[in-house]
Design a protein around this ligand. Structure first.
Ligand SMILES: Cc1cc2nc3c(=O)[nH]c(=O)nc-3n(C[C@H](O)[C@H](O)[C@H](O)COP(=O)(O)OP(=O)(O)OC[C@H]3O[C@@H](n4cnc5c(N)ncnc54)[C@H](O)[C@@H]3O)c2cc1C
Length: 462
């Protein structure tokens, strides 16, 4: 970046500007996913929405692209950033709940936890996913698959409005009436259409919820996976579930009973009473040994974000995913061969989430994703370093590839942007062809020069 461009950037922005070599450079460029070694030309922590517009204009003038980022949970998908300004939105973290209208308005840097906690005492739930520290903006722009998705659909389907600064510096509000095509694209089409500054979305009444995790030793993996595959797809829409093959790291932060163990767990949330929940879980438990740990209990809405026990502090992770059309016995055998307790797999978690319910029903006015057209979503993740710092990336990447390859016979033709967190991803592989063509048309209209950087980019033809 030229000295003139740099000076202009410092002049233009009220938030902080950090450059390579500055004090605080490493902290400024560090994302949640520590496996992503981000080396942008500069980092701006914007002070507010106007500051976002100022930073976009200054980046454009300096010949830099702009990579918007909140938490950096999705940083693994970004490619090299040497010609980009990393525009962090973490200071735009306002959260306001309208209890009467059942809506929330948040700044683009807000994470899910405060929304879940503020809504919960009013019996309202937000459509967050498994982690309370994931950012609302990135999660929602990619669709957003959570514990209430089989009941209420993807989080992007509950969005009322999105405010953003486009590549040409305009501040726009996209909703059903204003900028409808952009509003369509922003709901599941990812972060490539501008820098979001605020979002408004619906909260959902949740008078009762029951759920938690059931853990078995890894030796029971085949029995649990088979029982899960028969049980989960038949459940009513009120129930969302996951099953995971876990290699729990031997870390002091992990509960002692789980530390260093190979486990298989079923996680679930029933949007109903404890009695209804127990009845729905009974068929799963009927044919299985007693779980090692049973954490099922009535849950206030805010507790949904803790059910999965996701890591809340930054850590390195390499992930891969596929959507599956079915999970027959042959697929379970193929999965256990590469990721089961006897496979020697280094992956810490291989997870399947049963889809269906509202995720399979396209509603009028739906956004770009609208539905997840598959029976299960698989997400596998490994830690690419040993505790002593040895590089395991090649081993982890090889096993991630092996897992996805083993399940290819049952793979759906599309994917899920939020789980596609490898660099070099191709958006054409994630969306149906007509949706992808329409997303490209929106990208061409709002960002013809490709200023805004996102993972799995909508690459404009040269
Ligand atoms: C521990 C963990 C648990 C997860 N659980 C779930 C889950 O249950 N369900 C699910 O659907 N996903 C889940 N994810 C995936 C997660 O939703 C994606 O990684 C998402 O992109 C994270 O959004 P973020 O804003 O936190 O991350 P960031 O890395 O900050 O953003 C990711 C991308 O979103 C876009 N973006 C972010 N902010 C803006 C903005 N202001 N303007 C424009 N674009 C922006 C950019 O393209 C950016 O590269 C999980 C990820 C992790 C690491």
């Amino acid at each position: 970046m030229s000295a003139t461009g740099l000076g202009a950037l410092r002049e233009a922005v009220r938030g902080s500007v950090t450059l390579p070599g500055d004090d605080g450079w490493d902290a400024a460029r560090q994302p949640f996913n520590l496996a992503a070694d981000q080396r942008p030309a500069a980092v701006v922590h914007a002070a507010d929405g106007d500051d976002v517009a100022a930073a976009v204009a200054a980046a454009r003038a300096a010949g830099l692209r702009v990579a918007p980022q909140g938490t950096g949970h999705g940083a693994g998908a970004l490619g090299p950033l040497d010609d980009a300004l990393l525009l962090r939105t973490t200071r735009l973290d306002s959260v306001s709940i309208d209890v009467e209208r059942h809506t929330a308005r948040v700044g683009a840097g807000a994470i899910w936890r405060p929304v879940a906690e503020q809504a919960s005492p009013h019996g309202l739930a937000a459509l967050h996913g498994s982690s309370p520290t994931v950012g609302i903006a990135g999660y929602t722009l990619g669709g957003g698959l959570g514990w209430l998705s089989r009941l209420h659909g993807l989080a992007s389907e509950s969005v009322r409005a999105i405010e953003l600064v486009t590549a040409d510096g305009r501040a726009l509000r996209a909703d059903a009436d204003s900028e409808p095509e952009l509003f369509w694209a922003l709901r599941g089409g990812g972060g490539g259409f501008g820098v979001v500054t605020a979002l408004e979305f619906d909260l959902h009444p949740l008078p009762h919820a029951y759920g938690g995790g059931l853990f078995w030793p890894g030796a029971d993996a085949e029995a649990v996976l088979s029982a899960y595959a028969a049980w989960a797809p038949e459940l009513p829409d009120t129930v969302s579930t996951t099953v995971r093959l876990l290699r729990v790291p031997p870390l002091p932060t992990v509960p002692e009973a789980l530390r260093g163990r190979t486990l298989v767990d079923v996680g679930l949330v029933v949007a109903d009473t404890e009695a209804a929940g127990r009845e729905l879980v009974a068929p799963l438990l009927a044919g299985l040994p007693s779980p090692l740990i049973d954490r099922l209990a009535p849950l206030p809405p805010a507790a949904l974000a803790q059910v999965h026990g996701d890591p809340e502090e930054p850590l390195p992770g390499c992930g891969h995913h596929t959507l599956l059309e079915a999970l027959p016995a042959e697929a379970i055998a193929a999965l256990l061969e590469v990721a089961g307790p006897q496979s020697g797999s280094p992956l810490v978690s291989v997870e399947l989430r049963a889809l269906g319910g509202a995720l399979a029903r396209r509603t009028p006015g739906a956004g770009a994703l609208g539905t997840l057209d598959a029976a299960f979503a698989l997400y596998a993740v490994g830690v690419p370093f040993t505790p002593s710092g040895d590089d395991l990336r090649a081993v982890v990447e090889e096993r991630l590839e092996a897992v996805v390859t083993a399940l290819r016979p049952w793979a759906a033709p599309t994917g899920f942007l939020n789980f596609a967190d490898r660099p070099g991803g191709d958006s054409a592989a994630l969306f149906a062809a007509d949706t992808h063509a329409r997303l490209l048309a929106v990208k061409r209209a709002v960002d013809p020069e490709g200023l805004i950087v996102a993972g799995n980019p909508l690459t404009l033809p040269a």
